[in-house]
Design a protein around this ligand. Sequence first.
Ligand SMILES: [Zn+2]
Length: 210
Amino acid sequence: MSDVVKSLSPRLIPAADKPIDRPSREEAEAAVRTLIRWAGDDPQREGLHDTPKRVAKAFKEFYSGYDDDPKDVLNKIFAEVEGYDDIVLVRDIPFYSHCEHHLVPFYGMAHIAYYPTKGVVGLSKLARLVEVYARRLQTQETMTAQIAAAMEQYLEPRGVAVMIEAEHMCMSMRGVQKAGAMTLTTQFTGAFNDPAEQVRFLTLVRHGKA
Ligand SMILES: [Zn+2]
């Protein structure tokens, strides 16, 4: 295990990878009815009657990442790349997540780069990896670190760069109400600890050419 993975490991294992005692669907729907009453409405009125059922179903989709394992996403490495070992960058990967403090959405773009050593993964796998972590209760900082740590652990690259740009609805809709404020997080490992490599990454993310 590399030092990077070790240093991130307490955060790499989210609640999702621990066995959780899940309630029944009926219990989940009852909880939604309670929250509707907490908001000040009547869960029995016609428009809200089927809402608990729909919310329970939507939760399954919003939080499907708890049933996914990054290992399964990154398990197929293509070694036949004619010695290609330069940067691989997938930028502008859209994602939707929910902040773990308010259960309110935050959403934006993820950009992931790595320098391969033993081969490359299918490009769509990087988007899938983002989904594994986005579809959980998250903070943007944790998600950024988790993506970098999973890349480190399963691809053993010369370096990983992850940048996430997101708008947090809990900032836009409540509290300080700053609509449009973007939060930017980065995590660099290995070769990307070199400031020149970080500049190359950021230039490619912004302009598409080095
Ligand atoms: Zn929040």
